[in-house]
Design a protein around this ligand. Structure first.
Ligand code: C5P
Length: 297
């Protein structure tokens, strides 16, 4: 017997970052949108806890206990006083270290898969609490759709979305470390007054209306200057997508994946083809959102 969970990637349509807190984290106003690029995690009974991974970037995925899927199994097992022995197999399609919450997605998926496999019967609240312990973006991977994350991003309020948004994602030749991007944010912000992060009313309104032009005018990412500072070539990818007709172009989360909003599915395909031909990125994918969060298949 085994349980498979499908889990989406995310793009941040707004990422407002406050000053570093005493615990090193940053308060955020983080507007997440789940998009249709998916990983799958299959949990199967085994004699010991083991993680395997397949997919184009599988060689970049750590299989030890730093893997969030492994940590999810351990956290759930510890909470319920049982052994974490389980085989977790990840079928990876979300870019690794890409700013699309790929690791977080696997954590949320493993948690749900182990809960179902072990019959733990954890409540939604307990699962969300365990997710928050694994990482700031993990609760959103569980719930999906669209949500505002406050605190370090883990406290979620679901958002209404009035339509489907069509995106193109350009994956970069190498990854970026999220802590390194936040450190660069701190360095660039030194000596400046950093305002409290707040969600943009125009952006929430654009989401509620499902209006791509209004969303394009309202997106923002406070981590983008830091990601560009560490990875200057991303400016070429952003420019190529804009030139190809994207309504807006931005770095996804801490990067280095870049995200391009298209007016419709046809336009997304055209932008994707231009980006592929531009030679400014490794691979290009189209995906739309919102889509549901982690789901048992
Ligand atoms: O929560 P998570 O483990 O995903 O965060 C990874 C790293 O990103 C943290 O160790 C921290 O350096 C940075 N971070 C932050 N503020 C947040 C979320 C993440 O500084 N709100």
């Amino acid at each position: 017997m085994s349980v498979t969970v499908r889990v989406p990637a995310k793009v941040n349509v707004q990422l407002a970052v406050g000053a570093a807190r005493p615990d090193g984290f940053h308060d955020l106003a983080n507007v997440f949108l789940a998009v249709g690029l998916h990983d799958e995690v299959t949990a199967t009974p085994a004699g010991e806890r083991r993680v395997t991974c397949e997919g184009p970037d599988a060689d970049q995925v750590p299989l030890d206990r730093t893997n969030l899927a492994a940590r999810a199994a351990e956290a759930l097992a510890a909470r319920h006083g049982r052994s974490p022995a389980v085989h977790l197999h990840i079928t990876k399609d979300i870019p690794v270290a890409g700013g699309m919450a790929g690791g977080s997605a696997d954590g949320a998926a493993a948690l749900l898969a182990c809960d179902a496999l072990w019959g733990t019967g954890a409540s939604r609240e307990e699962l969300l609490d365990l997710c928050a312990g694994l990482g700031s973006d993990v609760p959103f991977s569980l719930v999906g759709g669209a949500a505002l994350g406050t605190g370090r991003g883990e406290r979620l309020t679901a958002l209404d979305v009035g339509g489907t948004f069509h995106w193109v994602f350009a994956m970069a030749a190498r990854g970026l470390s999220t802590p390194a991007v936040f450190r660069e944010f701190d360095r660039l912000a030194e000596g400046t007054d950093i305002p409290e992060p707040v969600a943009s009313p125009d952006l929430l309104d654009a989401l509620a209306k499902g209006d791509p032009d209004a969303l394009a005018a309202a997106v923002s990412n406070d981590l983008q200057p830091a990601a560009l500072s560490l990875f200057p070539e991303l400016a070429d990818t952003l420019a190529a997508g804009r030139a190809a007709g994207a309504l807006t172009a931005l770095v996804s989360g801490s990067g280095p994946t870049t995200a391009f909003l298209a007016r419709d599915a046809g336009s997304a395909t055209e932008i994707a083809n231009s980006l592929r031909a531009s030679g400014t990125c490794r691979t290009v994918r189209t995906a739309s959102g919102p889509v549901p969060g982690a789901t048992v298949l």
